[in-house]
Ligand binder design. Structure first.
Ligand code: KIV
Length: 267
């Protein structure tokens, strides 16, 4: 097994021009399987709310949900850096509240870092957590927790003024101490400019090939979720279909009296 990944290793990868990989995960066993693949970071994303808990968006996910799932993931990981999402409502009532929430994710949830959606508005929170010893991954562009404000899961930074604001946000977040930043659903040329300008690694999702790293939702990668899959996601396996086939075979065999097999008769 490769060495444990730590925050300075992620920064070093940018400096050395080595691509960074991150996948989401939400439970112990999947964390073990994905960790064994050698992924650099495992994100306990609040996409948990959609792919595991069945909500239509990430807004209903609570801090208790995140702590519970992060702890399960942390128990399964030996190599990757575990990053846990700060869920809706935990960062915008001030740095002290954010520090309390982040501390739970690190102390009880076993995360090594937290991810926060937001731009220049949250630099005080980023600075407070970083000063308190909690590494912060920022998240700009499409911020799914703002779905009600944006009016859907829409691509961002499409006008020159929006792109300018995003570049300004990335700089402000890096200055505040963020160790990396997720760029979600923005034009590839904006992501390229942010990546070139930022002293910290950019991790893209639907942001083109010029980021320092890439992240995807593991349920999209594995074909385990077919509600609202973004166009930019790549499906590498069709496990959802395999699961239904296996379960159907079980149902058929039990119904037909083929499983369990008859006990061995002593001869
Ligand atoms: O919650 C999540 O899965 C995320 C990724 C889309 C980056 O934030």
């Amino acid at each position: 097994m490769a060495a444990v990944v730590r925050v300075p290793d992620i920064l070093a990868k940018k400096q050395q021009g080595e691509p960074i990989t991150m996948l989401t995960t939400y439970d112990f066993n999947m964390a073990r399987l994905l960790d064994a693949a050698g992924v650099d970071m495992l994100l306990v994303g609040d996409s948990l709310g959609m792919v595991v808990l069945g909500y239509r968006n990430t807004v209903p996910v609570t801090l208790d949900d995140m702590v519970h799932h992060s702890a399960a993931v942390a128990r399964g990981v030996e190599h990757a850096l575990v990053v846990a999402d700060m869920p809706f409502g935990t960062c915008h009532s001030g740095p002290d509240d954010a520090m309390r929430a982040a501390s739970r994710l690190v102390q009880e949830g076993g995360a090594a870092a937290v991810k926060i959606e937001g731009g220049h508005q949250i630099t005080d929170v980023v600075a407070r957590l970083t000063d308190g010893g909690i590494p912060v991954m920022a998240h700009v562009g499409l911020r799914p927790q703002s779905v009600h404000q944006i009016g859907g899961f829409r691509r961002q930074a499409r006008t020159p003024s929006e792109a300018e604001l995003l570049l300004h946000d990335v700089k402000a977040l890096a200055d505040a101490g963020a160790f990396s930043v997720v760029l979600e659903a923005i034009p590839h040329y904006v992501a390229a400019e942010a990546t070139q300008a930022a002293p910290i690694p950019t991790i893209g999702i639907g942001a083109g090939p010029h980021c320092d790293g890439q992240v995807l939702v593991s349920y999209d990668v594995l074909g385990l979720y077919d509600r609202a899959v973004p166009k930019f996601a790549k499906q590498y396996a069709d496990l959802g279909h395999q699961v239904t086939l296996a379960a159907k075979q079980f149902v058929d065999e039990v119904t037909a009296g083929q499983f369990p097999p008859p006990p061995h008769q002593p001869s």
